[in-house]
Write a protein that binds this ligand. Sequence first.
Ligand SMILES: N[C@@H](CCC(=O)N[C@@H](CS)C(=O)NCC(=O)O)C(=O)O
Length: 210
Amino acid sequence: MIDLYTWATPNGRKVSIMLEELGLDYNVHQINITKGEQHTPEFMAISPNNMIPGIVDSGGPGGEPFPMFETGAILIYLAEKTESELYPKDFKKRMVTLQWLMWQMGGVGPTFGQAHHFMFNPSEVVPYGQERYHKEAKRLYKVMNTRMQDNRYLAGGDYSVADIATFPWVDRFRRHQVDLAEFPNVKRWHEELWERPAVKKGMEVPFYNQ
Ligand SMILES: N[C@@H](CCC(=O)N[C@@H](CS)C(=O)NCC(=O)O)C(=O)O
């Protein structure tokens, strides 16, 4: 059994979508980051970076309970544990998938997160920060749009952990004020992924908001 510690954010939903795609049983524990619940010693024993999401796999390596944080690592762990092709076994395909997963982890997540911070931080308006991260977010949309000109999915082959990691962030396009009509391949991909039952269910954990 997997215990998922999460909140209604893009990083949290990467893992709930993955668990739904894999058909794994899991318990959801809400960590309300707007109330500081990510800082409790109990949660930090799972996620020492005091950020959601975290998981504990009661049947981890060696049959022992295994805590994990960092979504990229969690997605790879769950795929490897279940021998899922969402993280392909073929070495070349796996390395292409890993590149696009790392692109999400190092680029899309932090950049869109900073864009939201500068757009919606009520304490101080910093136009330089707003412009910098909005521009960088649009650059990343352009990269994605170009990548999916000739590819249905980000990793080039089949639907993969790279798509799962990126989808919940792109779903916040309205919040970071990006018009998907400017990026038709991303729009097509976003619409297609919304049709997947596991995506629909995973996006509602622990509840849906944009
Ligand atoms: N690199 C981390 C990022 C996780 C992250 O940014 N989590 C945010 C929510 S989306 C969080 O918990 N923020 C709490 C805080 O800023 O105190 C991952 O992929 O797991």
